[in-house]
Every structure is written in structure tokens, then in C-alpha cells.
Design a protein around this ligand. Structure first.
Ligand SMILES: [Zn+2]
Length: 69
């Protein structure tokens, strides 16, 4: 997963995070990528917060998709 805007030639940093699914609360180990210039900016912190708040594991995402049908 890539967070924020990254230019094609921008160096990306990989960050490993444990994210909790917002629905079933299971822990999902995952990594995100962010461009070097975006990392540690306030904007990035905010986006990461939003990302965590809306995160669903694969299983819950599937269930949501099925429910919508
Ligand atoms: Zn889940």
C-alpha cells in the first residue's frame, strides 16, 4: 500500500505497521510505502490516522462487499 502522493522518481520508504481491523479488531501486519519527502510531515501523520481509522482486514472487506450486493 502506498500512502500519499509519490512522484515516479521519488524514493520511497517502507514502514512496517501492525494495523487493527476496525471491524473485527484483529491485528493485520502490513507494510505501507511513503515517499521520503512526505514521510514525517504533519499531513502524513493525519493521513495515517485516517488510514488506520478506516482499515478493514481482507475478510471484513469481503463481507462488506457481499453485503452491498
Ligand atoms: Zn476484520
Amino acid at each position: 500500500m502506498i500512502i500519499g502522493k509519490t512522484g515516479p522518481n521519488e524514493k520511497r520508504i517502507k514502514i512496517n505497521l501492525d494495523i487493527n481491523c476496525t471491524n473485527c479488531n484483529c491485528k493485520v501486519p502490513g507494510g505501507i510505502q511513503v515517499s521520503e519527502s512526505y514521510y514525517e510531515t504533519e499531513e502524513f501523520e493525519k493521513e495515517l490516522e485516517q488510514f488506520k481509522k478506516n482499515y478493514l482486514c481482507g475478510k471484513c472487506r469481503d463481507e462488506k462487499r457481499v453485503a452491498k450486493r
